[in-house]
Design a protein around this ligand. Structure first.
Ligand SMILES: Nc1ncnc2c1ncn2[C@@H]1O[C@H](COP(=O)(O)OP(=O)(O)OP(=O)(O)O)[C@@H](O)[C@H]1O
Length: 542
């Protein structure tokens, strides 16, 4: 009885507390919606040649508001935040900060106003410690001891656990991101800009980030949040501005709309799921990996240990895992960027080729799409037509060592058309494409060859919902047409949607490969953390 009584009391207390919290949230939002905007963009335009990347964009962010910036690939999101952070100069328009017109000519000026930005690609030195990394980015007034002390305070108050003296190379992507956030917080920002912050995080790390952002918002810090993940935007943001072809087409409360409705606003029509095909019937083995071990290639890489893998014609094989567990090493071993000593450790279409390089493997009918698009998959300052040569050199675009430019241009046009690549001009340099559009081009360049084996690392990283659907559909269709498709991805939803069989990579080892129907998100999660054997303890530890 006593238990029942105290249980009821607790329930009542929790209910009252929750009611109080939601009241508080409403009051806060009312106050915030009546408050003067912290920053207001008025008629911002940015012209690149013929293209208007931003077209008279108006946008206001209030104190404490978490404001999403949404739009499909190439809609102009990065351009707009680069203008706000002083990296790109607008062609027209005005920025007001607390009601005063300002010019933001550089990131230094942005930071002086109180704008902090957490980029998608971290800019950290691997060999330095957490505290040293933060200190080098701050002004000379900060001593290492002062950084250490403030780091402790901030880590504590925002739940951003970080050890000041750990070397950065030992940290996970989530921890690295915390460093970037703490670095911004040390400068007392009034507006924090985050560019796709959860793309490298595990679901647990992402949830943790949301709590930190909620806390910052409650303290009055405004947040501008770029993301392609609409469910997390609905969880986190009070306002969403939607850009389409450079224009602000809607400002909405994302909590009042379904993810489907928001996606429709972004693309101007409905986005569906991947069309289900008849179950794939795997045929002959097209890729065999036999007991592949590979020492680490770089100082902080991951060694591959006794990997066995088989992919058949007509199936999609998924490799799940948290970034940094050997995915890039596996990709390098499969593609031949890092050949192995044993030729029969890797067999493509019946030919042992472990010791062969990438070109020889391509000639066997294999194609490869690495994770890093600019610099690795595409040469930034070369035009798209020239970029076709990276994988098509031996085939249709060169003869006797000469490049057939007309053929290369024709091929680039075909890729652009079938993969809906949106470009600022005809045959632009790769660096001029938005991130998602370059991804579509690189995937298209490999798929248009109809490879017998396709290995792709993070196929939809940074692409919008519509483009992700297009790419996933193309991967499934390629398998249906008889290719063996190997997809390495951090996105579990993606693997559950398109893979026939799946395994998890953890610290360079591969779990058993099983049909997707035999996996649950939980069982994959446990393998990702490397605690699947003693799962009782693991669940407890989570
Ligand atoms: N330096 C540049 N020169 C020419 N055009 C550019 C340049 N930078 C961006 N663009 C063009 O501006 C448009 C908007 O690009 P932006 O990178 O802002 O899009 P985004 O919404 O951030 O896309 P994503 O989601 O793919 O990152 C695109 O058409 C892009 O090709």
């Amino acid at each position: 009885m006593h238990h029942l009584h105290s249980g009821l009391q607790r329930l009542l207390a929790t209910t009252v507390f929750n009611l109080f919290q939601s009241e508080l949230q409403c009051v806060k939002e009312e106050l915030s919606s009546s408050a003067r905007p912290l920053v207001e963009l008025r008629g911002i335009s940015k012209r690149y040649g013929e293209l208007l990347a931003n077209d008279a964009v108006d946008l206001a962010i209030r104190p404490g508001e978490i404001h999403a910036l949404l739009g499909e690939n190439g809609a102009g999101k990065s351009t707009l935040v680069k203008i706000l952070y002083g990296v790109v100069e607008p062609s027209a328009g005005e920025i007001q900060w607390e009601g005063r017109p300002v010019t933001i000519a550089s990131p230094v000026e942005a930071r002086a106003l109180g704008i902090g930005m957490v980029f998608q690609h971290f800019s950290l030195f691997d060999e330095l410690t957490v505290a040293e990394n933060i200190a080098v980015a701050l002004s000379d007034d900060w001593t290492l001891d002062a950084v250490r002390a403030r780091l402790g305070d901030i880590s504590h108050s925002y739940g951003l656990a970080l050890e000041a003296d750990r070397a950065v190379w030992t940290l996970s992507a989530g921890e690295r991101q915390r460093i970037e956030i703490v670095r911004c917080l040390l400068q007392g920002p009034r507006l924090l800009i985050l560019d796709e912050p959860t793309s490298v995080l595990t679901p647990q790390e992402a949830e943790h980030l949301f709590l930190t952002l909620d806390k910052l918002s409650a303290e009055g810090v405004s947040i501008l949040y770029i993301s392609h993940k609409l469910e997390e935007v609905r969880r986190l943001c009070q306002t969403a501005t939607i850009l389409r072809a450079g224009k602000n087409v809607a400002s909405i409360d994302p909590r009042a709309h379904s993810a489907r409705e928001i996606a429709a606003l972004m693309v101007g029509n409905e986005v569906g799921g991947v069309r289900s095909t008849a179950p794939h019937v795997p045929k002959g083995e097209m890729l065999t990996v036999d007991s592949l071990s590979l020492p680490t290639g770089s100082l902080h890489g991951v060694a591959l240990s006794s990997i066995d893998l088989a992919a058949h014609a007509g199936e999609v094989v998924g490799i799940a895992g948290i970034a940094g567990n050997g995915q890039s090493e596996l990709f390098a071993a499969l593609s031949g960027e890092r050949p192995t000593d044993r030729n029969d450790a890797i067999i493509i279409a019946g030919h042992p080729c472990g010791a062969a390089g990438i070109d020889a493997r391509r000639r066997l009918g294999a194609a490869f799409v690495p994770e890093e698009r600019l610099g690795h998959a595409a040469a930034p300052t070369h035009r798209l037509s020239e970029n076709t040569l990276i994988s098509h050199a031996a085939a249709e675009v060169s003869r006797s060592g000469f490049i057939l430019l007309r053929a290369a241009r024709r091929l680039a046009r075909a890729i652009v058309q079938s993969f809906d690549v949106r470009m600022p001009e005809a045959d632009p340099q790769a660096r001029k494409l938005s991130g998602g559009n370059l991804q579509k081009f690189v995937i298209g360049r490999e798929m248009i060859r109809n490879p017998a084996v396709l290995v792709v690392d993070q196929p939809t990283w940074g692409v919008d919902a519509g483009a992700a659907r297009l790419i996933r559909q193309a991967l499934v269709d390629l398998a249906t047409a008889g290719s063996a498709v190997i997809v390495i991805s951090q996105d579990l939803d993606e693997l559950f949607e398109i893979a026939d069989r799946m395994a998890v990579i953890h610290q360079g080892r591969l779990s058993p490969m099983k049909p997707v129907s035999e996996w649950t998100k939980e069982s994959v999660g446990l393998e990702m953390l490397g605690v699947a054997e003693n799962s009782g303890e693991a669940v407890h530890a989570l």
